[in-house]
Design a protein around this ligand. Structure first.
Ligand code: ZN
Length: 133
């Protein structure tokens, strides 16, 4: 793992939260993208080295809809940048962490991603992400 790649924040409604974060960070959202497999819309902000990903559900069955139902809006995951996602997944599995997918998935913003189950990480959902080459 290298640095934090981004922080993911679950929100109910982009029409409210995108302008809110644009005001908060004093910068425009630079990209929105839908990840159909996860029923989620994403919106990205970059401020210096820091990247924020807003997540909005586009279906009642989506993981973000379920998360907000249970816990409300707020921080959903922390994503770490990894150079070799396969090697890092293998290492973490050997250390006893539970991977939520066994092979890297296509994520938003041109990334390969894998999530770790929060039961082994003190309740924090962790995402590994590797830039696709
Ligand atoms: Zn993410």
């Amino acid at each position: 793992m290298q640095k934090i790649e981004h922080i993911g924040i679950a929100v109910k409604d982009f029409s409210v939260s995108i302008p809110l974060f644009e005001k908060l960070l004093n910068t425009n959202c630079y990209k929105t993208e839908t990840v159909e497999s996860e029923h989620v819309n994403t919106a990205f902000f970059q401020k210096g080295e820091t990247k924020i990903e807003l997540l909005e559900s586009n279906s009642h069955e989506g993981v973000i809809a379920k998360f907000i139902e249970k816990r409300g809006e707020g921080i959903h995951h922390i994503a770490f940048d990894v150079a070799d996602i396969d090697a890092e997944m293998k290492r973490l599995q050997e250390e006893g962490f539970t991977l939520l997918n066994t092979t890297p998935k296509q994520g938003a913003d041109n990334k390969l991603v894998c999530f770790l189950h929060p039961k082994n990480t003190n309740g924090v959902l962790i995402e590994l992400c590797q830039e696709r080459k």
